[in-house]
Design a protein around this ligand. Structure first.
Ligand code: 5CA
Ligand code: ZN
Length: 470
């Protein structure tokens, strides 16, 4: 008997168990913080990343840089080193021979990419330059590791790196990245919010950083991407210059923005329920499962199921016909766990009326559909499922984001969600707010509201979000 899934209300146990039961990743690899993608999980991951690729491919070029970075390059940017030095894995030997220059396993690729940007960028006509890659990166995380959420090998690190002639152009790219990430998470039906990270928590080497967060079932936020305005900080370090229209040498202005497999974690955590995964149809490896319920001989039912299977495959739905010998109940359970958005049941009674029974994974709504109506109905239902997944998640997100005026309120709010509160903008007040609540300042909203800093009492219209963050 298969192990049953813990209730989603106990989120941590539910999350670990569903990854195993649905076949997303296997955590039993003998290195802490590294996971194996199961074939099913990898198909889901690839579907998610193909959305990201298609959004970027409009005006970015995909490239592939080496995993190893010479220490000499890695150590060039002072702030960047400080931010990452505790997290870097080093390769120090080739066979038995100590390497002259130790090599870092990239924790992120600025220091691999920018020496090449220096060679590629000559003139203002080479700009803007927009490159991205999807690669693994390594971070020796010291905080508690968790599959897909905090891993030591980030297997699916999408990092984009851009270069521009002016600071303002780079800022436009930051806004464009916000738009791309917003559309990406909309396509996954994941409610999300952008904030400007506080100065003390910006990306090492950035002028400023923007984070995008979602809210997990347990009330903690998950940062599911960041966008950084790098100014000329790296350009100066790596000497990346272009000749402007007047023939003068200028430093480029840069941005970078990244997303990891946390986007897959968000899909699993936000939409799933007590029975398992619920996948948005666009990324579901299987969109429709057909379960035939033979009776007696069952030959007719089997044939009808095969006809429906062919009809839906021809229409390019991702459809599976489960005509194994298991009991229908066991089949339902199996495919529910895997989050298949629609199930078609075909039994002797359906056959008589030339119809099938259609069951939605998200609502369990059951309808009888006549076979000639099936294709348009499925198109419609898949759209409806996306919309209601988003609406349900958005409602839960909005209900758990609460306006607060005092730190006591923040303290209670962050037990379940996100607190919105005024802040004067001073680092020392921000740190006091974190100390006093045990929560993190996620960052500042663009939206403003008149009020007072809860620490120093100064009038301000700045608003920040606070939460317990993963
Ligand atoms: N170079 C920049 C952007 S390309 C960069 O590395 N930014 S980052 O450090 O903020 O990482 C980008 C995103 O990767 C984070 O927002 C977070 O969603 C994700 N991430 C960071 N560390 C981990 C980790 N250990 N496991 C899983 N995801 C991670
Ligand atoms: Zn203050």
């Amino acid at each position: 008997m298969a192990k049953s899934l813990p209730k989603k209300a106990g989120f941590s146990e539910w999350y670990s168990e569903i990854l195993l039961m649905a076949g997303i990743v296997d955590v039993r690899y003998p290195i802490k913080g590294l996971c194996v993608w199961h074939p099913f999980g990898l198909v889901l991951r690839n579907r998610v990343y193909s959305i990201l690729r298609s959004l970027l491919d409009v005006d970015h070029q995909e490239a592939l840089f080496p995993l190893l970075i010479p220490e000499t390059e890695f150590m060039k940017e002072a702030e960047h080193i400080k931010g990452f030095e505790e997290e870097v894995y080093w390769v120090t030997k080739g066979g038995a021979t100590p390497l002259e220059v130790p090599l870092a396993l990239r924790p992120t690729s600025e220091t691999a990419i920018y020496p090449m940007f220096k060679l590629w960028i000559r003139s203002h006509t080479d700009l803007p330059l927009r490159v991205y890659q999807i690669v693994n990166t390594f971070r020796y995380e010291t905080k508690h590791t968790r599959p897909l959420i905090r891993v030591r090998e980030i297997t699916s690190f999408k990092e984009a790196h851009t270069a521009h002639t002016t600071w303002e152009d780079a800022e436009k790219q930051v806004h464009e990245a916000v738009r791309i990430y917003s559309e990406f998470y909309d396509r996954l039906a994941i409610p999300h919010i952008f904030t400007k990270r506080p100065g003390w928590d910006k990306f090492p080497g950035a002028d400023y950083s923007i984070a995008v967060d979602t809210l997990m079932p347990d009330g903690k936020t998950l940062q599911i991407g960041t966008i950084h305005h790098l100014g000329t900080n790296f350009a100066k370090t790596f000497d990346i210059r272009y000749e402007d229209v007047n023939g003068e040498q200028q430093y480029v202005h840069q941005t970078c923005y990244g997303i990891s497999e946390r986007c897959v974690a968000a899909v699993i955590a936000v939409h799933g329920d007590d029975r398992g995964l619920i996948l948005p149809p666009e990324v579901a490896p299987t969109q429709v499962v057909i379960v035939s319920i033979p009776f007696g001989e069952g030959k007719d039912v089997r044939e009808a199921s095969q006809r429906v299977h062919k009809m839906l495959s021809d229409e390019r739905f991702r459809v599976v016909l489960d005509d194994s010998d298991e009991r229908p109940g066991a089949k339902y359970y199996k495919w529910e766990t895997k989050g298949v958005p629609l199930r078609i049941e075909i039994g002797p009674r359906d056959l008589k009326s030339n119809s099938v029974t259609l069951v939605r994974r998200d609502t369990f709504e059951k309808t009888s559909i006549s076979v000639p109506d099936l294709v348009p109905t499925i198109h419609q239902k898949l759209k409806d499922i996306h919309t209601s997944l988003y609406e349900k998640a958005k409602k839960s997100f909005d209900e758990r984001m609460v306006d607060c005026t005092a730190l006591d309120e923040v303290k209670t709010t962050v037990k379940k969600g996100i607190a919105k509160i005024n802040w004067c903008g001073e680092e020392k007040c921000g740190l006091k707010m974190e100390e006093g609540t045990g929560a993190d300042v996620l960052g500042e909203l663009t939206q403003t509201k008149k009020g007072k800093c809860p620490v120093c009492g100064k009038k301000t219209d700045k608003v920040v979000l606070m939460a317990r963050a993963y």
